[in-house]
Design a protein around this ligand. Structure first.
Ligand code: NAD
Ligand code: DAU
Length: 357
């Protein structure tokens, strides 16, 4: 039945996953959510503290590479929908330590696909609404010059260990559709921003350093371009793909908000100056901007053509960059303890107490 789903969300304690679970529990009261998350450094149980007692929600601490665990969840929870976020997600970390990216992003996705295949195609007859949605990235398409957009048919050209691991997982997901008929969908989206983003990523990092009066590191010349997407818009797009998308299809999701990194950093500084006044130094926060050594293999420009999802599923982003940044800065200002806990590592004590290390 379309209005009842048993959804396995992987990586729900991370940035996008947590926003997605909040959206589902609020807007889709007939959907039950099981959140499978390993609680790596990027997973934070506090992101879901307010829903932890809901009878529509269950948290399982576990690794997506653990086949027995994953298969058990499919059986116990009668999972008919998978929304797969769990991944190692940070490009800089993939440059210094690619092994975890290969393990989680490739082997973990393979493990989930196998569990879905065994549970959905070898067991009882297929239900109508089965859906395995793999959340991927625009980085699989490589880097653009000054013009052009990524479409769903742009050839893959991943250039970092992170994007190569995501491209591999996309290929595996497609292979399970063509080979076994597994009802998969893939979304490739651009840079998200908003509440609960780990402060290693550009926007929350700049917020946190600005508040502490520390340098704001801008890689290279600061002119690399990203297409910024407000996270709630992204989560709403994913729901549309679950409800109305077609199996075997890929959908690009973007914000129509191309900005150079230096523009983003400057905007955060100016918003903080406007909301809080100048810091004690009397200098505008822009003065903290420091150009540093470029990221290895730094992709120059990403830009998404999100025409397919607009035409076929009726989704388009609702939040402009200016509105989204205002909301984001306000959220981080109101949740400074959340940021501080992540930066000093104390968030880990919270779940270590509950689950052990
Ligand atoms: P994140 O790093 O904030 O969260 C990842 C979550 O996955 C964490 O909760 C972590 O504990 C969990 N996890 C990691 N390894 C695991 C494992 N082996 N088993 C179970 N759980 C594990 O990531 P995010 O930014 O929320 O990104 C979510 C997904 O969206 C990723 O697949 C990423 O590639 C994709 N994506 C992100 C963006 C973005 O801008 N953040 C853009 C495009 C695509
Ligand atoms: O495009 C989608 C991707 O967006 C996702 O697939 C990734 O999971 C997500 O992390 C994000 O990747 P980026 O590398 O684009 O995000 P990040 O926030 O790390 O960097 C954004 C831009 O800012 C990028 O051009 C690098 C630059 N940067 C980043 C940091 C952390 C800086 O200039 N200084 C910094 O300190």
């Amino acid at each position: 039945m379309e209005n009842r789903r048993s959804v396995l969300v992987t990586g729900g304690c991370g940035f996008i996953g947590a926003n997605f679970i909040h959206l589902l529990l609020k807007e889709y009261p007939d959907w039950r959510v099981v959140n499978l998350d390993k609680l790596t450094y990027a997973g934070n149980l506090k992101n879901l503290q307010t829903v932890s007692e809901s009878d529509k929600y269950r948290f399982v601490r576990g690794d997506i590479c653990d086949a027995a665990r994953v298969t058990g969840i499919f059986a116990d929870e009668k999972i008919d929908t998978v929304v797969h976020f769990a991944a190692e997600s940070h490009v800089d970390r993939s440059i210094t330590g690619p092994a975890d990216f290969v393990q989680t992003n490739i082997v973990g996705t393979f493990t989930l696909l196998e569990a879905a295949r065994k549970s959905w195609l070898e067991g009882s007859p297929r239900a109508e609404n089965l859906c395995f949605l793999h959340v991927s990235t625009d980085e699989v398409y490589g880097s653009l010059g000054d013009t052009g957009f990524f479409t769903e048919t742009t050839p893959f050209d991943p250039r970092s260990p992170y994007s190569a691991s995501k491209a591999s997982s996309d290929h595996l997901v497609n292979a399970y559709f063509h080979t076994y008929g597994l009802p998969v969908r893939i979304t490739n989206c651009s840079n998200n921003y908003g509440p609960y983003q780990f402060p290693e990523k550009l926007i929350p990092l700049v917020f946190n350093n600005s508040m502490k009066g520390e340098q704001l590191p801008v890689y290279g010349d600061g002119k690399n371009v990203r297409d910024w997407l407000y996270v709630k818009d992204h989560c709403e797009a994913i729901v549309e793909v679950v409800k109305k998308g077609r199996s075997g299809q890929c959908y690009n999701i973007g914000g129509n908000n191309e900005k150079q990194n230096i523009e983003v950093v400057t905007l955060i500084c100016d918003l903080l100056d406007k909301k809080l006044g100048l810091p004690e130094s009397g200098q505008p926060r822009r003065s903290l901007i420091t150009f540093v050594k470029d990221r290895l293999g730094h992709d120059r420009r990403y830009a998404i053509d999100a025409g397919k999802i607009k035409e076929q599923l009726g989704w388009e982003p609702g939040v402009s960059f200016e509105q989204g940044m205002e909301k984001t800065v306000d959220w981080y200002l109101a949740n400074q303890e959340w940021v501080a806990d992540l930066v000093d590592g104390s968030y880990k004590q919270y779940y270590d107490k509950m689950y052990g290390r």
